[in-house]
Ligand binder design. Structure first.
Ligand SMILES: [Zn+2]
Length: 226
């Protein structure tokens, strides 16, 4: 946990990636190395590898400049997409949700629409039934037995709608996140330099994979990774 605290170097400068860069294999923070002679950061490597050696993890080394360039370019790429292709970009964020979660929420929405239609029909039926009873078209017993059947279906469906709505509120959160994220990311199409405020505003974590893997660095914007 100490590794993830924001620390300043000797010149009082905050290492703005601190706490954001993680090892893909062991999950620990990457350790940053600082060159005191040249007064600059050299790069990152896995904290567990550095402290416990190759039996526990591998180096996951990445240069400071490399990571800076990758993250800066990724922010600009995302900003440009959000600025110029808002709908496509928002769709891409949605797709980043697992497909099964999307299918499930689509299924729930269909079920909800159907249940709401049935509830509206049931209310009409119950009103009509009462009208028939009031106008003595049906007997009191008939009215009682029929309205019991419909009323119990109505209360069951009303309960189910509440359940569905609460299950769907999770995907609404994602919609809310997307609509609040778009105006933020859009601002950075011409970003030239990273700083702690911007990184914390946009990025939840940066996961560094070992070299041979196809995706050496994955940046997670809020809850989306690519
Ligand atoms: Zn590691």
């Amino acid at each position: 946990m100490m590794q993830t605290k924001r620390r300043e170097n000797l010149s009082g400068e905050v290492q703005y990636f601190a706490g954001l860069v993680r090892c893909a294999d062991c999950g620990s923070a990457l350790n940053v190395s600082y060159d005191y002679n040249r007064k600059r950061y050299n790069g990152f490597s896995c904290w567990v590898y550095k402290n416990y050696g190759k039996n526990r993890c591998t180096s996951h080394a990445i240069g400071w400049v490399t990571l800076n360039t990758l993250v800066l370019n990724d922010i600009r790429r995302n900003a440009a997409m959000a600025a110029h292709f808002e709908k496509l970009y928002a769709d891409m964020l949605r797709r980043a949700k697992s497909e099964s979660a999307q299918n499930e929420s689509a299924r729930l929405r269909r079920e909800l629409t159907k249940a709401e239609k049935r509830i509206s029909d049931l209310n009409k039926i119950l009103n009509k039934l009462y009208e028939d009873y009031a106008l003595e078209r049906i007997t009191a017993e008939r009215h009682k037995s029929m309205s019991e059947v419909y009323s119990s279906e109505l209360s069951e469906l009303t309960e189910r709608c509440k359940q569905i709505s609460s299950e769907l509120s999770k995907s609404d959160e994602i919609e809310d996140n997307i609509s609040s994220f778009l105006p933020i990311i859009r601002k950075y199409t011409d970003l030239h330099e990273l700083n702690a405020r911007i990184l914390n505003e946009l990025i939840e974590k940066i996961v560094v994979h070992e070299k041979e893997k196809s995706h050496p660095v994955r940046v997670t914007f809020f809850n989306w990774s690519w």
